[in-house]
Ligand binder design. Structure first.
Ligand SMILES: Nc1nc2c(ncn2[C@@H]2O[C@H](COP(=O)(O)OP(=O)(O)OP(=O)(O)O)[C@@H](O)[C@H]2O)c(=O)[nH]1
Ligand SMILES: [Mg+2]
Length: 239
């Protein structure tokens, strides 16, 4: 008797939930990005600038993760978009269940963009799929050019690297060319945008990257036509 061996890849619980989130977000054409960096690289600062600069009418929402405090959520809430803090009480990363729990009633809101700020950590968040379309790694010029080589996992998985705090380049011994080379040694196709949240350098390029990805996601969404017909007036979800 011939035996047919069927190999079934058994998804971990996290991957199973993340796949469900990706389906739900994809169905509605919501772009989800997962910002990962060391503590203090400027994730919240970048999100503050992003919310300030988003084209009017963009239906965005933010989940921000920290081990303790709702400081980041309070900073981000000032821009009028829906923001929720996920406090992990010790965990060094967000997982898909936390995102699912905090997202539940937002899934009906036809979001264009879900911004997720992960817990400040260059290692643990790398392994946890949150159902995002893209991981984005933020490296700042005070951290050293060698970080892509020391923490290759996140640089390999990230679609985009933001090199932040470039306004500090005159004051710190950091070679941006070497940092970019190191990132591309790990991930040759990684996109890189240099930014300063203080001076505004490069933020136009970041917003253009985001807008292009939002547009593409909406275009690919199965319910796009339904959405477009609902969009007379393109309601703004800001409160
Ligand atoms: N000079 C300079 N400072 C910056 C820039 N971006 C952020 N900062 C400062 O860096 C510090 C940390 O910024 P945050 O935005 O809180 O960093 P974060 O990555 O969200 O930090 P965690 O959430 O704690 O991981 C703050 O004092 C910011 O003002 C920048 O582009 N240039
Ligand atoms: Mg933060």
């Amino acid at each position: 008797m011939n035996r047919v061996v069927i190999e079934k890849s058994v998804l971990s619980e996290n991957d199973r939930i993340a796949a469900g989130l990706r389906d739900a977000l994809g169905h509605r054409g919501t772009l989800a990005v997962n910002l990962i960096s060391s503590p203090g690289s400027g994730k919240t600062s970048l999100l503050e600038k992003t919310l300030e600069m988003l084209p009017r009418g963009t239906r965005a929402a933010v989940l921000t993760g920290d081990i303790q405090t709702d400081n980041d959520a309070r900073r981000l809430a000032r821009y009028g978009y829906p923001v929720r803090q996920i406090t992990t009480a010790g965990a060094c990363h967000l997982d898909a269940r936390m995102v699912e729990n905090h997202l539940a009633d937002w899934l009906d809101r036809q979001l264009d963009l879900l911004l997720i700020e992960n817990v400040g950590n260059l290692v643990c968040p790398t392994s946890y799929d949150l159902g995002e379309d893209a991981k984005i790694v933020v490296l700042s010029v005070t951290e050293g050019e060698d970080k892509p080589l020391k923490y290759p996992g996140i640089f390999r998985k990230a679609e985009l690297m933001i090199l932040n705090k470039v306004d500090l380049l005159p004051y710190v011994p950091f070679d941006p060319k070497l940092a970019l080379e190191n990132a591309r040694r790990i991930h040759p196709d990684i996109e890189i945008i240099e930014t300063s949240c203080t001076t505004g350098t490069g933020l136009d390029k970041w917003l253009a990257w985001l807008s292009a990805h939002v547009e593409r996601k909406i275009y690919e969404a199965p319910v796009r036509n339904l959405r477009q017909s609902q969009e007379t007036g393109h309601d703004d979800i800001r409160s």
